[in-house]
Design a protein around this ligand. Structure first.
Ligand SMILES: [Zn+2]
Length: 226
């Protein structure tokens, strides 16, 4: 971040807009624990925490491990009159893999498994050097931008709610036991919540920017003006 009170209205250097109401603020360096809020709407602009990068990396690895369990461990077991069957999410995917439902299976697997894992890898790629105080990798800005773009599309929570609703219906027909994979998904929701709590996009962008990577198109503005 630049020195305080140094900003440029032509290029936007040293200024920060509120993501909710667009009020412009002069950037200031925050200490861990401090919170910057918008003077107009009160929205949080930045809320750095000490060690947040390391915690986010740890939570990303947790996501990947839990996701492996969620795919391959039994998801639920149905039994009726002595006959039972247990299946994992992977088994369900394979069962529908050669029918007209294939595109649907691929889309579901992509959104509940692929995207959370991909986001975890993108975050680890972006944050590992920053947490160690080194220069970020070359594509860190692009990786973090993609991670933020994909956030609304990763739908593990929605899947768990949908499954819970469906299970209430099935429970009337047969005895249903929830397997470890179901609880792994529930744990994933908690990990995801914790990750959102630790995540401060402004701080991460700032760290990437401080390390000298271009992040915001400022270079294009400067190119046009000069
Ligand atoms: Zn605002």
């Amino acid at each position: 971040m630049d020195a305080q009170d140094s900003f440029d209205l032509t290029t936007g250097r040293g200024l920060m807009a509120c993501p909710r109401c667009d009020a412009l603020h002069v950037e200031e360096e925050l200490d861990p624990g401090e919170t910057a809020t918008c003077i107009r709407c009160g929205g949080v602009l930045a809320k750095p925490r000490g060690g947040a990068f390391t915690q986010l990396i740890a939570l990303s690895f947790t996501t990947v491990v839990l996701m492996m369990g969620a795919i391959f461990f039994p998801f639920l077991e149905i039994s009726r009159m002595g006959f039972g069957n247990a299946t994992s999410l992977f088994g369900v995917g394979m069962a529908f893999a050669d029918g007209v439902l294939l595109p649907l299976v691929l889309a579901v697997m992509m959104m509940i498994v692929g995207l959370p894992v991909l986001r975890a890898f993108l975050l680890v790629y972006t944050l590992t050097p920053l947490a160690q105080g080194r220069a970020p990798y070359r594509h860190a800005a692009r990786a973090f931008r993609w991670s933020e773009l994909l956030r609304p599309w990763s739908m593990a929570e929605i899947f768990v709610i949908g499954t819970a609703v469906a299970l209430v219906k099935v429970a009337g027909l047969a005895t249903v036991h929830l397997g470890p994979a179901f609880w792994a998904f529930c744990a994933l929701i908690l990990v995801n919540l914790a990750s959102r709590g630790f995540m401060c996009q402004t701080t991460i962008w700032d760290a990437i920017e401080d390390a000298g990577l271009h992040t915001d198109g400022r270079e294009m503005v400067q190119g046009r003006v000069s």
